[in-house]
Ligand binder design. Structure first.
Ligand SMILES: Cc1cc2nc3c(=O)[nH]c(=O)nc-3n(C[C@H](O)[C@H](O)[C@H](O)COP(=O)(O)OP(=O)(O)OC[C@H]3O[C@@H](n4cnc5c(N)ncnc54)[C@H](O)[C@@H]3O)c2cc1C
Length: 442
């Protein structure tokens, strides 16, 4: 991506902030408020009025990239501060994107044919360059996940982005909840008058972690306009397992590291964590959509865990044979290097007789059957499945049934596992839409 794409950022110093909360969070912007220059009305009268609803990552990059000499931009966020889910995402390590080839990256999105052109136009490398250009240095972790530099806290990352967009000619209306359309088709809000807009961009997120403001309350408003919205379900979420009392007492909170997981013909690797509720962690998040789909029609689903993915059954059998110890548990621990939690799990899901049949036991270590009873709650999930059906928008995210209206980010019905793919997807959509709108003819 050419660095000239960032050129339109320079020398735009006019701020209009509607909430006092904003000034508390970003005190350095208050200084520039004092030297605020009024935007002349005659310039505005020739410009198109563009309203963004929502203040998450998709909206923020859009606000950063829109041509404010062409559009009079207003951004409405229901919460008193923007980017609250972005901050929650930062609590477990802010995984901004994933370092891989574009082809590999695209494969992680569902449906990938919808996401492919979006990711190609604003790739993982482009996002890293964009962040770096906005004074957010990044590094690639050992797992190829991309994070902000270690000394940079998530709030500082957010503040750098907000600090940048607050210096642009944008009217921020914080604590401003959109509640639908009025009779004239204009945007209605809880506490302020309707906003008259030529173009509206919705970026109100999905429906997990409601406390952040993304509660999916917009679903019925779109459905009333005839827009098909797929039901929300938890994605990248925990799954319920019926643990033995003894097992969970000993192993709650313990990880199962470097395991592989198969469900039907789907495969993932990574880590799992044992919780009272069941299993969570990137290995199961990656298959959450597939498992959820099956749980729609079946009461339970069986997944298979490979506790030794780097060894074949034959290698395990050979190790077992040469172990020369009497107790099976000792062989599992000392010769096969299985930790106590893996052995406990193996015991819970394997018939006692299997432990006296080494050949069968080695096979089972490669494929422990674990029954999932249900998915965890939507509110605790990292992301949600569902949202505006993709056939409702065109290739530029424009709603086919509501004129001059666009939707981006997690509001749309796409899915990706954890690993930075979600933020990459949202940032890509915001950037690509800004580029499209900036290029529209008058
Ligand atoms: C615990 C957790 C950890 C995560 N970790 C990662 C990670 O490490 N890497 C990664 O890639 N992704 C991660 N994610 C996912 C990522 O945060 C989301 O995919 C991303 O924030 C979605 O961006 P968005 O712009 O679509 O919407 P959101 O970030 O959800 O923002 C939508 C905004 O719209 C506002 N809004 C909603 N309704 C209205 C209304 N009626 N009027 C006005 N405003 C409204 C909301 O208040 C909200 O601020 C994580 C998520 C969670 C919950």
């Amino acid at each position: 991506m050419a660095s000239s794409l960032f050129a339109n950022h320079i020398s735009q110093r006019i701020i209009k902030i509607s909430s006092p909360e904003y000034s508390k969070l970003f005190h350095y912007n208050i200084l520039s408020l004092k030297s605020q220059t009024q935007i002349s009305n005659h310039v505005f009268s020739e410009m198109k009025k563009l309203t963004i609803i929502g203040g998450g990552p998709a909206a923020l990059i859009l606000a950063a990239e829109l041509d404010t000499t062409k559009y009079k931009v207003t951004l409405c966020e229901r919460k008193k501060t923007m980017g609250r889910k972005f901050l929650v995402a930062g609590e477990g390590g802010l995984n901004l994107t994933y370092n891989s080839s574009i082809e590999e990256l695209i494969k992680r999105y569902f449906p990938s044919d919808f996401m492919a052109p979006i990711i190609r136009q604003f790739t993982n490398k482009d996002l890293i360059n964009w962040l770096n250009a906005h004074d957010i240095p990044t590094f690639i972790g050992s797992s190829n996940r991309v994070f902000p530099e270690l000394d940079l806290k998530p709030i500082e990352v957010l503040n750098k982005i907000l600090g940048f967009i607050s210096g642009r000619e944008i009217d921020f209306k914080l604590g401003t909840k959109w509640v639908g359309w009025d009779k004239e088709g204009q945007l209605s809000f809880e506490d302020i008058d309707a906003i008259d807009s030529d173009i509206v961009i919705f970026a109100m997120g999905g429906s997990s972690w409601k406390v952040t403001g993304s509660d999916g309350g917009w679903k019925k408003l779109f459905e009333e306009r005839g827009v098909k919205v797929q039901p929300f379900r938890a994605a990248n979420c925990a799954f319920e397992i019926d643990w033995d009392k003894d097992f969970i007492e000993k192993h709650e909170g313990k990880p199962l590291k470097n395991i592989a997981l198969t469900y039907a013909n789907h495969f993932s690797t990574g880590e799992l964590v044992i919780s009272k509720f069941g299993l969570e962690g990137n290995a199961i998040y990656a298959l959450s959509q597939k498992i959820q789909d099956k749980l729609l029609t079946q009461e339970s689903v069986v997944i298979h865990l490979d506790l030794k993915p780097t060894m074949s059954v034959e290698q395990l059998r050979a190790k077992y044979k040469n172990a020369g110890r009497a107790k099976v548990t000792d062989i599992l621990k000392k010769d096969l290097n299985l930790d106590r939690t893996s052995i406990g799990l193996l015991k819970q899901f394997t018939a006692k007789a299997t432990f006296s049949n080494p050949d069968l036991l080695m096979e089972t270590i490669k494929s422990v059957p674990v029954t999932i009873k249900s998915a965890g709650g939507l509110d605790e999930a990292i992301s949600s499945l569902g949202g505006i059906a993709l056939e409702e928008v065109d290739e530029n995210f424009q709603c086919k049934k509501i004129p001059n209206t666009y939707a981006i980010g997690e509001m749309l019905d796409w899915y990706a596992p954890t690993g930075g793919y979600l933020l990459q997807g949202c940032f890509s959509m915001g950037f690509v839409l800004a580029k499209y709108l900036n290029g529209l003819d008058e």
